[in-house]
Design a protein around this ligand. Structure first.
Ligand SMILES: NC(=O)c1ccc[n+]([C@@H]2O[C@H](COP(=O)([O-])OP(=O)(O)OC[C@H]3O[C@@H](n4cnc5c(N)ncnc54)[C@H](O)[C@@H]3O)[C@@H](O)[C@H]2O)c1
Length: 410
């Protein structure tokens, strides 16, 4: 039996288009779910983007005001793809309207805003998903399984980075991402949030953090909202100040796991790096093996399983049907999947949770736990001191929730 799901979209930028394409692809990639997203109503304050949503993406209706999307009775789920400054207002409003929502990371400008969105979703009992798309890469899902099975032994230390070059050009546009009021932190919230989610998904939540940050370019040409992306270069524009971090480095201590004391590691992010372009990657080191992955080579996984024998050192495994959802996209090994495919998997996890199926989605509770790490890193960068990260018990990162203290289990 087919179930129609009415979709609303708030903000038709890069992510808004990508969510829409993911909904459109879902029925053909996951036909057995019987889910048929219907693109009903899109809103954006830029009129040309509303027209694009109707004419090119195929939404039945378009509005300048997001409230019209939330008030639309045909809309059952909403994609919230607006700049960070609006996440709190939009997430809370969607929950109060009883709409399930898929919201982009980092879900607000700070941990207080993310927590407010998570609390509203919990109170309303709506399903949520967050745009932590890198989790879904088949190689990453496989590493998660290897870690959970103990194939790498106890994870002792981790190196993970997100080195992006989108602001490497000094005349790169001063989009909303570079102001505290519109974005919150810089590389920390924009890029390190992905890294924190990824390593928390693979290993365990982060318990303590120490950080330093820096601004590489203190001024940039101003970009009007909704007129281009943050990749734009403006030659002779009026300059405005960059208010948040271009680069962030952290030392972290993970919570203990059933295999022993928590791992330690370094996590770094930069938006001004020259060289890596979208270099999100990790190296996990365990007592019995290691795994390394980099998004720029998304379809390759480097593995070393065991300490001895004839095959010591890394082996490169190409993506294949044994890893994650790879077989949904490609019929044979070594045929590359891409970034957009990760959003199709994310749409599937979201709508499966909405329809009462498996709950493998990244939730706003997970985003809240990530935001607490980012907030602790921001505070540590200012104070120079280590910061404990407040635990978010509702966050599971896809694992069974820990038993409540004093229940005698575990
Ligand atoms: N998951 C990922 O890998 C990933 C990648 C890029 C961006 N993001 C996140 O997605 C979100 C959006 O980023 P983007 O790159 O798509 O931005 P973008 O600048 O491309 O688009 C933002 C859109 O929001 C619209 N907008 C502004 N104010 C609005 C309002 N009041 N109501 C409705 N629309 C409004 C703008 O007109 C514009 O069309 C951000 O939170 C960002 O952090 C996530």
């Amino acid at each position: 039996m087919t179930r129609d799901i009415g979709v609303g979209l708030i903000s038709v930028g890069w992510m808004g288009k990508l969510h829409s394409r993911a909904y459109q692809a879902l029925p053909s990639v996951y036909p057995e779910l019987g889910l048929r997203p219907r693109l009903i109503h899109a809103a954006d304050t830029a009129a040309d983007r509303v027209a694009y949503a109707r004419d090119a993406l195929g939404y039945a209706r378009g509005s300048a005001d997001y409230r019209e999307v939330l008030a639309d009775p045909e809309v059952e789920v909403v994609s919230i793809c607006a700049p960070n400054v609006l996440h709190r207002e939009l997430g809370v409003a969607a929950a109060e309207a009883g709409k399930h929502f898929w919201i982009e990371k980092p879900v607000g400008r700070d941990a207080g805003e993310t927590g407010a969105v998570a609390a509203a979703a919990r109170a309303a009992g709506v399903a949520t998903s967050v745009g932590f798309n890198y989790r879904h890469a088949p190689a990453v899902e496989h590493v998660r399984e290897l870690v959970a099975q103990g194939a790498l032994g106890r994870i002792t230390n981790v190196r993970a980075v997100f080195f992006a070059g989108y602001a490497a050009e000094p005349k790169g546009a001063l989009s909303w991402r570079f102001t505290r009021q519109l974005a919150g932190s810089g590389a920390l919230g924009d890029l390190l949030s992905h890294v924190v989610d990824l390593v928390s998904y693979l290993i365990a939540p982060i318990a303590e953090v120490s950080a330093l940050t820096s601004i590489i370019y203190s001024e940039r040409p101003i970009l009007p909202m909704g007129s281009a992306t943050h990749f734009a270069v403006i030659e002779d524009g009026e300059l405005g100040p960059v208010e948040n971090d271009d680069y962030a480095a952290t030392l972290v201590r993970f919570a203990p796991t059933e295999r022993g004391p928590g791992a330690v590691g370094t996590l770094e992010a930069s938006r001004t790096i020259v060289g890596p372009q979208c270099g999100l990657g990790f190296e996990l080191y365990g007592t019995d093996g290691s795994a390394a992955w980099d998004f720029e080579r998304m379809n390759e996984l480097r593995l070393c399983l065991g300490r001895s024998g004839p095959h010591q050192g890394y082996t490169t495994v190409l993506a294949n049907s044994h890893l994650g959802d790879y077989a949904r996209f490609q019929p044979g090994p070594g045929i590359a999947m891409g970034y957009d495919d990760l959003k199709v998997i994310e749409a599937k996890k979201f709508l499966a949770a909405v329809a009462g199926g498996e709950r493998r989605n990244a939730t706003v509770e997970d985003a809240h736990a990530v935001a607490e790490v980012i907030a602790a890193a921001d505070a540590s960068a200012a104070s120079g001191a280590w910061q404990a990260v407040p635990a978010v018990p509702e966050a599971t990162f896809g694992r069974e929730p820990a038993p409540a203290p004093g229940t005698g289990h575990g």
